[in-house]
Design a protein around this ligand. Structure first.
Ligand code: SF4
Length: 414
């Protein structure tokens, strides 16, 4: 049967796991002969939704309506966490909206709409393309059962489950052979990785044994940064000196109300041990401001604790209620104006700490993975700018940091 040149667009919202799942869907469709095109040219638009907050829900519905209203009247195939929780609501957004919560079935849904045949989706080489020639995300875990009070993800993605070790290693080898120099091991709660007793530390060591040059974790819950993980990381030269450890709040009272599994003293001790184990470690984090019941004193404690730890970068989120979570049922909401003011204060602190971290690199020689001419990423996650002749895209290079670009939050090296 002749290969079709059907046109598909990918609209992906949400986290790194959503990104890598959408890439896998796109690869399967390309494998079946389709082309990935901009929405305005597409016969089918695949929308991968996020439902982590009320705001995310709003963005997902907006993306679906936008695709459905395109002049060429494409079919809109909706997947992702929003589809897992609210399929009826999303399906009602338009007569050409098709909801498929099971991501592995999306390629078949799309090709059924297009009337074409499907090729094997998990063929990693199909993923290797210009877009991630140097760094590639590899999904190793899905699901979570921590049930933090503000989070709907456990309801959308279910209990923790792990990709078989052999599959992960096969994917890493294929990405390595296709030109990737770094893999970002990605999951919803990656510390819960467990394939027949093989846990995250052993997974990292096995991935390193493939010969891939750089390994990074997308994010790791504080309680999973234990001795076993730190000794695996410090014994693995390929492991980049960067850990993203979500804190969420610097107030013990708020942490308890969020249902987080540590207090600030425990978190500080975890970071101290990690810094002892990994020289030049950059620690980045997530902070939610305006959680219901958060008082001025809690917000002040958060600022003080963030400053005390000294993070390389903060991701700051304004609390947004997600229906179906315990926090959304609380009446002691923080006023939107107060949330906005607290977010400004935390972001300003974050910018200041980020510049301090970057200044600390001046004079050091760092390994940079160039991703485009004159731009790349250091092992600690910092962005690096350099003269385009100093290093070739896709070939790791050791460059000396001469200054920082304050406006661009980047290192300048040569
Ligand atoms: S650890 Fe908490 S915030 Fe993270 S996915 Fe699980 S429930 Fe959500």
């Amino acid at each position: 049967m002749a290969r079709s040149t059907h046109r598909v667009a990918m609209k992906t919202l949400g986290c790194k796991v959503n990104q890598v799942e959408a890439e896998t869907i796109a690869a399967a469709l390309v494998g079946s002969g389709a082309r990935v095109v901009p929405e305005a040219e597409a016969e089918v638009v695949v929308v991968t939704t996020c439902t982590v907050t009320g705001e995310a829900d709003h963005k997902a519905r907006k993306a679906i309506r936008h695709a459905h209203a395109l002049p060429q009247a494409p079919v809109v195939v909706v997947t992702g966490c929003g589809a897992a929780l609210d399929d009826g609501t999303l399906a009602a957004l338009g007569e050409r909206v098709v909801v498929e919560a099971d991501k592995s079935l999306v390629p078949a849904r799309v090709t059924a709409v297009l009337g074409t045949r499907l090729k094997d989706a998990r063929e990693p080489s199909a993923r290797a393309g210009a877009s991630f020639r140097t760094r590639a995300m590899v999904k190793v875990e899905d699901g979570c059962d921590n049930f933090c009070a503000y989070c709907i993800v456990p309801h959308a993605r279910g209990v923790p489950r792990s990709a078989p070790l052999a599959e992960v290693l096969a994917e890493v080898r294929s990405l390595r052979d296709a030109g990737a120099h770094e893999v970002v091991l990605t999951g919803i709660n990656i510390g819960r990785y467990d394939d027949a007793g093989v846990r995250l530390p052993a997974l990292i060591e096995a991935v390193a044994a493939t010969g891939i040059e750089r390994i990074r974790l997308s994010s790791i819950e504080p309680e999973d940064v234990d001795e076993a993980l730190l000794s695996a990381i410090s014994a693995t030269p390929a492991f980049c000196e960067h850990l993203h450890i979500p804190l969420q709040s610097g107030s013990d009272r708020t942490l308890a109300e969020m249902g987080r599994r540590y207090d600030t003293a425990t978190y500080a001790a975890i970071v101290a041990r990690a810094r002892d184990a990994v020289p030049h470690l950059a620690v980045t984090t997530d902070v939610i401001v305006g959680f219901p019941g958060e008082r001025d004193v809690d917000a002040a404690e958060t600022l003080a604790f963030l400053e005390r730890i000294g993070f390389a970068k903060l991701h700051v989120f304004r609390y947004s209620a997600r229906a179906g979570t315990p926090a959304a049922a609380r009446e002691d909401r923080v006023a939107p104006g107060t949330i906005a003011a607290r977010a400004i204060a935390v972001r300003a602190l974050g910018d200041r700490m980020r510049l301090e971290h970057l200044r600390g690199q001046v004079g050091r020689t760092v390994e940079v993975l160039p991703e485009r001419p004159g731009q790349g990423t250091a092992r600690d996650g910092s962005r690096v700018q350099f003269p385009s002749g100093a290093a070739e895209p896709g070939t790791p290079a050791r460059l000396t940091v001469s200054a920082i670009d304050e406006a661009g939050f980047a290192l300048t090296a040569w």
